[in-house]
Design a protein around this ligand. Structure first.
Ligand code: PEP
Ligand code: MN
Length: 299
């Protein structure tokens, strides 16, 4: 069936691939970006795992996380020091640790030999975050902040571009192109849930779009990571959706892990604890084998 290019809308057309995001577009069916970040390979058989708390709450917490997620085989530690919190008021229970949190995270990453990814939210903090992070995370809310994408791209640091919760694949690839066009080729896409009328639970805000993994892989060579923690917002659903993501071809998985999930300061409903994460790593590895991939480095 021919795809009409006459009224391009929310879905990707041949014309888009040729003129709107030629750098993000696959050149042939086997075309996949291949690159390494801090010794971790993207674009091959490995499915890198990013694990850690929503927020870098304290020096002790992030050191504990680095030690434990590294021991379970995570490839990167995640955590937010600069947080896109929905409401402006701050209290001891609803806060950000900002510069201090970033320094704690960098120290923990260094001490435990695990690379780190963290969100950068404002242009003025790009140099500081780029100094410490192995990967700059651009959050869902900044996906279409185009001058910000350009500024992040210019650092030359690898970038994880989270999909805006209301944007199409076409919009997402348009944003990726803003980074690629600056000559920055280490771009990782991350699906983190989209808005939908029904989310199957009163507290859930998003619905995981697993279908976007093969849809993206059909048209782009960029790796596609899935974050089932933000997408489900509900701990019991994180494991099944992580396993489904791997079965469905995800090129990486981001999991929120907290030593004491119920008492996490931000989003306490979604993190798993260290023991649950360790068990999940084993299950992800077994599902990865079924699709000829690995979560743990091959022995
Ligand atoms: C996060 O990963 O901590 C985060 C805020 O994610 P998102 O931008 O997808 O909401
Ligand atoms: Mn294996």
């Amino acid at each position: 069936m021919a795809v009409s290019n006459k009224f391009p809308g929310k879905d990707v057309t041949q014309e888009d691939l040729e003129t709107k995001f030629p750098l993000a577009a696959k050149k042939d069916p086997n075309h996949k970006s291949w690159f390494s970040v801090a010794g971790v390979e993207f674009g091959g058989d490995l499915i890198p795992v990013f694990a850690g708390p929503n927020m870098v709450e304290s020096k002790e917490l992030i050191a504990d996380v680095a030690k434990n997620v590294k021991a379970s085989g995570a490839h990167f530690m995640r955590g937010g020091a600069f947080k896109p919190l929905t409401f402006p008021y701050r209290s001891d229970a609803y806060t950000e640790t900002r510069e201090e949190g970033l320094a704690w995270m960098a120290e923990a990453a260094q001490a435990h030999g695990i690379p780190m990814i963290t969100e950068v939210m404002e242009e003025k903090y790009i140099p500081l975050v780029a100094e410490h992070a192995d990967i700059l995370q651009i959050g869902t809310r900044n996906m279409q902040n185009f001058p910000f994408l350009t500024a992040c791209a210019k650092t030359g640091k690898p970038i994880m571009l989270k999909r805006h919760f209301g944007c199409s694949l076409r919009d997402w690839l348009g944003s990726a192109e803003y980074i690629l066009v600056e000559g920055n080729e280490k771009v990782i896409l991350c699906e983190r849930g989209v808005t939908a009328p029904h989310t199957h639970r009163g507290s859930s805000r998003f619905l995981i779009d697993l279908q976007v993994v093969p849809a993206a892989q059909e048209v782009t060579h960029l790796p596609v990571v899935v974050d089932p923690s933000h997408a489900t917002f509900w701990r019991p659903w994180v494991e099944p959706m992580a396993l489904a993501s791997i079965a469905g071809g995800a090129d990486g998985i981001m999991i929120e892990v907290h030593p004491d999930p119920d008492n996490a300061k931000v989003d306490p409903l979604q993190p798993v604890d260290f023991a649950e994460f360790d068990e999940l790593m084993g299950k992800m590895e077994r599902v990865a084998h079924a699709v000829d991939r690995h979560v743990k480095a091959p022995a």
